[in-house]
Design a protein around this ligand. Sequence first.
Ligand SMILES: C/C=C(/N=C/c1c(COP(=O)(O)O)cnc(C)c1O)C(=O)O
Length: 397
Amino acid sequence: QRKSNRRQGPSTRAIHLGYDPATANGALTPPVYMTSTYAFESVEQGTEIFEGKREGYIYGRTKNPTQGLLEERVADLEGAEAGLVVSSGMGAISATLWTLLKAGDRVVADKILYGNTFALLTKGLTKFGVSVELVDFGDLQAVARAAAGARVVYFETPANPNLRVIDIAAVTGIARRAGALSIVDNTFATPILQRPLELGADLVVHSATKYLGGHGDLLAGVVVGKAADIHAIRMNGLRYLTGAAVSPLTAFLVLRGLKTLELRVLQHSRSALAIAELLAEHPGIASLSYPGLPGSPGHAVAKGQMSAGGGLIAFELKGGYQAGVAFMNALEIASRAVSLGDAETLVQHPASMTHAAYGAEERLRHGISDSLIRLSVGLENIEDLIDDIEAALSAVP
Ligand SMILES: C/C=C(/N=C/c1c(COP(=O)(O)O)cnc(C)c1O)C(=O)O
């Protein structure tokens, strides 16, 4: 019997919750159920499971024991009743939105989103009669005006790619008062640094491809929230709207990633802060955005909802686009690659890569400049990263 009934920390829960080796021949790590279907003891048993009268597994597109343990652990980390894991972040976002929305509904979303989320909203949902209104979520009056009559209010914070920070409690409060559901994409911060459900959000989505998996070796997506909502997204959004089922092997790899999530996110944050401080002092930097840095645009709001700044930094060089390209091409440890949250440091050019879906005019209107650089700070030793960045900065003509 434990001395205190204190709640265990996130790492302890991410490593131990919901699995007892005694249930699997003593295997310390959970089995990977590589099966597409499940045998019933009798027709009657199968019928009862289909009817939902009896717990059980039917077919790999909706449920799997390895996936289920991961869903339990991610939901626990986010403080959610339930979770659903699918095959990519876009799979989680589309399964969620297709389940909640029908023709005639309206979505209010922040203007700064991952490029393909922007495309799903503006080019995907609108084809089926859903209207989408992009609003500056920094202007709470504008959000309140737009949220009236909306079905969903959707945003990322910190947002991809310029690390814009949005006040979760303020925006989710506006959504609730308007009778709209609020959905927050928590990919950049992770539940280690911020838990939007505790701040009023109804649903949280993740690209588990990023920090949750943490090793650049998989694609997966997550949505967590109330059990009834997650059940509906599983049985509609996953089962027949998207079919975006995750591989049990991938679920096992994300389970493995979760064991070090806290360690990694705190290390990413320490290294990113050290690099942000270096860039803030560098004469060649024109603009810098890092939620954990005093003076950075979203720092005041970030301090109220994030326990550290995370691993992403967005900045521009004084020489604009050309200087940015020269800098990125001169890096030797950082890889020129999209994605983020990997052990490897990654650098990319949003305007021509992750946010090309916006188009040049929309990018400018939404504050994604052609000279913006997005840096995902990895787990390499910080001295090596600083040497690499300083050398690349001095290589800029
Ligand atoms: C190449 C991918 C990048 N991002 C993706 C992403 C997704 C979509 O997640 P999947 O890629 O479908 O797992 C959802 N939500 C956020 C905040 C994201 O950044 C990238 O920016 O570099």
